[in-house]
Design a protein around this ligand. Structure first.
Ligand SMILES: [Zn+2]
Ligand SMILES: [Zn+2]
Length: 155
């Protein structure tokens, strides 16, 4: 992983740059993520909002209903509608950046697979990669440096 990874939407109006590597990368197999992406899972890079620099365009937040009832806003390019990141639970300091919108998505493989209870049966998970049927205890799994960063957000 390197600093300064860039990404954007499909039409090119929205461009962004991650100042550093994210804290952690989720591969989420929950039903919400399947519905929202129209696919089998979502890849989310968890990173501080102030490390997501918008280079061009203005991603517009749209609230979406969730199974949990907790607020979730998806930030989309106002022109092509592509989702570039999410804000969950009203936490403004944390963004879930859609790894697939990076110019080089291979740079950020998932650190954990979550909500595998609704994983589509024909998806095979790599051996040795942490996987949980629902959510997980980040204090046990995240690298120490990432936990320090997370504490700076949540106190
Ligand atoms: Zn666009
Ligand atoms: Zn999910």
């Amino acid at each position: 992983m390197k600093d300064g990874m860039e990404g954007g939407c499909a039409c090119g109006e929205v461009r962004y740059r991650l100042a550093t590597a994210p804290m952690f990368v989720h591969c989420c197999h929950c039903r919400d993520c399947q519905r929202q992406t129209g696919s089998a899972f979502v890849l989310n890079a968890l990173i501080e909002t102030d490390r997501v620099g918008v280079l061009a365009g203005q991603p517009a937040p749209l609230p979406v209903p969730t199974d949990s009832g907790k607020p979730h806003r998806i930030f989309r390019c106002p022109s092509c509608g592509i989702a570039v990141w999410s804000g969950y639970g009203g936490v403004e300091k944390l963004r879930f950046v859609r790894v697939g919108t990076l110019d080089e998505p291979t740079a950020l493989p998932p650190d954990v697979h979550i909500y595998t209870r609704s994983k589509l049966p024909w998806i095979a998970l790599p051996e040795g990669k942490p996987a949980f049927s629902a959510y997980y205890d980040s204090s046990r799994l995240w690298p120490a440096a990432s936990l320090v960063r997370r504490r700076a957000i949540f106190g």
